[in-house]
Design a protein around this ligand. Structure first.
Ligand code: SAM
Length: 419
């Protein structure tokens, strides 16, 4: 590996050698993003869709924006050095350029931490030394300034050349709930006006640390007001008056409402779900928006697969059902388990049995429900995947007294929702 100020003698990166190790939740996030980006490239490069005027839609290229990209590498708890999102995307872009030499691939990276950016730039230059086929733009700014800069015409036109059609993925991945809706919406609504399509992916830390901070008012309160669109006192009063289950629900809903309002989008185009730590605690949600049904399908599929695969390493019967910001800080709360009738957060979001319960609740007492109706419901559901679970789902529905005959579902024999 190339040497630079940020590489030490044994060939490892400055950040790779730091004591800052990353948890299971980061690996899950990286896996989900990595898989999503690969599918996104395949699907958009092969796109033969139509735009809203019925014209053939062929993309000239792809843009990936990581608003907070960090150094592009991590050290895991067990000592491995793994690539971060920016490097994963770069490698996919380099590879895709071989198959699509006429297309343009751009990576736009920002982080306010200059050391991280310098380290990342060094690695990227090294990777790109044999091929200069991907455009990489680096900024080292506070995220609001970065997004404002992208919105300025001069910069905007440089990235999204007027006469070209680009599909863009925006990744907004802070360590906490520092969500600058004003700057985000200014840029994304400008893209919308210019008919450019985008997906938006956000990580939402809303667990104990956030809740504790809101309740105690010890951390900067402006960011909570901005993220959830509420005055701090109202937010704190609300949080104090409800239990842990209701708090999670409340903050999740508040964030989704802000996303709908600021991005001017439809709720049915949003998918989300939690990712988990080594101790099986839900650490944060990954929230995803795409105008495309295909995009939503791919995202939900990878959320499901990654989180069910992980579960083999955990004893679900003793799963932590409460939330924790870091692994040391697990609070036991039996009422959470009672209210989340599946027992654990993971079971609720990522088990076919939970999906069957949700579908039964949505269609209870209805007869003659077609397979298409069920699929339509799954398509717009924020976390039930649309493919890969067909047979298992039908079996779970039958266990709940749903009769399935010639692709018609009859929910009329269920007289109560089983919990
Ligand atoms: C979770 S890491 C990002 C990881 C990266 N997106 C990935 O997937 O590999 C969060 C990063 O956000 C950066 N950050 C936090 N607040 C920021 C702000 N206001 N402006 C710019 N960067 C910020 C931090 O320096 C940190 O590197």
């Amino acid at each position: 590996m190339k040497k630079c100020d940020y590489f030490v003698d044994n060939g490892e990166c400055y950040y790779g050698n730091s004591n800052n190790t990353t948890g299971k939740q980061t690996e899950s996030k990286l896996t989900i993003l990595n898989n999503y980006v690969l599918e996104w490239i395949i699907v958009t490069m092969a796109a033969k869709g139509k735009d809203r005027y019925g014209r053939e839609l062929i993309y000239d290229g792809l843009v990936f924006v990581d608003c907070m990209s960090s150094a592009g590498m991590y050290k895991t708890h067990d000592g491995r050095v793994i690539d971060g999102t920016s490097i994963n995307v770069l490698k996919h872009f380099i590879n895709s350029k071989k198959y699509h030499p006429d297309k343009t691939f751009k990576l736009v990276l920002n982080d306010k931490d200059e050391k991280s950016m310098k380290c990342q730039e060094c690695r990227i230059n090294d990777i790109l030394s044999n091929s200069k086929n991907v455009d990489v733009i680096y900024e080292k700014m506070d995220v609001s300034m970065f997004l404002d800069k992208l919105s300025e015409s001069e910069f905007f036109d440089k990235i999204w050349n007027k006469d070209k059609k680009f599909h863009t993925v925006f990744f907004y991945d802070p360590y906490d709930v520092d969500i600058r809706w004003d700057a985000i919406s200014k840029l994304l609504n400008k893209l919308k006006r210019t008919e450019l399509r985008y997906d938006f992916i956000l990580t939402h830390f809303f667990q104990n640390d956030t809740i504790r901070s809101i309740m105690s008012g010890t951390k900067k309160i402006g960011k909570y007001e901005s993220a959830y669109g509420m005055m701090y006192d109202d937010l704190a009063d609300k949080i104090k008056s409800i239990d842990s289950f209701e708090r999670n629900q409340f903050l999740r809903d508040a964030l989704i409402k802000m996303m709908i309002k600021n991005l001017r989008i439809d709720q049915t185009k949003i998918a989300y779900g939690p990712v988990f730590s080594q101790t099986n605690s839900a650490i944060y949600d990954i929230v995803f928006y795409s105008k495309s049904l295909k995009g939503l399908k791919i995202f939900k599929e990878f959320m499901y697969k990654t989180n069910t695969r992980d579960k083999d390493n955990n004893n679900l019967k003793h799963a932590q059902i409460v939330m924790s910001f870091d692994d040391q800080d697990i609070i036991d709360d039996a009422s959470y388990e009672q209210k989340r009738y599946t027992g654990s957060e993971r079971e609720y979001f990522y088990s076919v049995s939970s999906y069957a319960d949700i579908i039964v609740a949505a269609f209870i007492r209805r007869e003659n429900v077609s397979k298409e109706d069920i699929l339509g419901y799954r398509n717009i559901h924020p976390f039930i995947p649309t493919s890969s679970i067909e047979k298992a789902l039908d079996s779970e529905l039958r266990l709940r007294n749903v009769s399935i005959n010639k692709k018609v579902y009859d929910f009329s024999k269920i007289d109560r929702i089983q919990k």
